[in-house]
Design a protein around this ligand. Sequence first.
Ligand SMILES: [Zn+2]
Ligand SMILES: [Zn+2]
Ligand SMILES: [Zn+2]
Length: 95
Amino acid sequence: MSVLVHLCRGCGHHGDWHLPRNAGYTGCQCCRAGAVELDPMPVLQETFAMPGWSPEPLWAPGTARNPGTMHASTTCSCDACTAAFEALTGRAEAG
Ligand SMILES: [Zn+2]
Ligand SMILES: [Zn+2]
Ligand SMILES: [Zn+2]
């Protein structure tokens, strides 16, 4: 599934990389320092489904991903992400 993410203004890496639990997986000084200043504008991180490399649908803002697993996370639901989602999908979230 494609997803909207906010990247660090300092190093350009995913905000999650700056979490202490991920410090062991990156050599980036900014990420390891744990201080992240996220760019307010989300970027589209597209994923492609095999076979055929067709673009996967986009997660709606605020969707819980992989609940109950160590990879659990919730997609950002800020105004910028909501606006980007609507622009990309051409539909507004109900409610
Ligand atoms: Zn950073
Ligand atoms: Zn980094
Ligand atoms: Zn957002």
